[in-house]
Design a protein around this ligand. Sequence first.
Ligand code: HEC
Length: 159
Amino acid sequence: MKRPHPVLMALIVTAIAVAAAGVLFQDRISDGFRANSLRPDDPRTVALGGEIYRRECAACHGEKLEGQPAWRQRLANGRLPAPPHDETGHTWHHSDGQLFDLTKYGPAVLAGGGYQSDMPAYEDILGDDEIIAVLSFIKSRWPRAVRNRHDRLNAQEAR
Ligand code: HEC
C-alpha cells in the first residue's frame, strides 16, 4: 500500500486534534443545563441557596450581596474585586446558563487566555443542584423589574 503524503498526514492529524479539542471544550460548558433553570419562586430552593450563599459566597460578595468596596477598580495585583450580586451589580446581565458556567468553572476558565480571578471554580465543591439553588437565591433578591428583564434575556438566549 502506498503511504500517504507526510503533509497530508500532518493536516489530518491536526484536523482530528482540533475537532477533539472542540468536543472537550463544548463538554465543559453548560453540560446538562437549560436556560431558565433558576427557581427564584420556589421557597425550598431559595432557602437552600441562602444557606449555600452564606457559607460559600458571602465572604467575598457580601452578606447583603453588596460586593466588595470600589468593586469597579482593579486591585494592586491587577485582579477585580468581587462585584455585588444585587441589582446594582451586573450579575443580572448574564443569562442563567452564563451564571451557571461562571460559578461552576470560575471566571478564569471561562475567560481563558491566562485570565486571573480571585473567584474559585465550584465544580468540585458544589453539585449542579446546589449551584442552581444559590443562583436562585441571588435572583430571588432582585426587584421584580430586574427579574423580568432577566427572564426576557433568558428567553432571547433560548431562541
Ligand atoms: C474568594 C472570593 C470569591 C468567592 C468566595 C466567590 N466569588 Fe464570585 N467573584 C469573585 C470575584 C473577584 C469576581 C469578579 C470576577 C473576575 O475576576 O472577573 C466574581 C464574580 C462572580 C460572578 C460574575 C458576576 C458578574 O457580574 O460578572 C458570579 C456569577 C459569581 N462570582 C458567583 C459566585 C457565587 C455563586 C459564589 C458562591 C458559590 C461566589 N461567586 C463566590 C470572588 C469570589
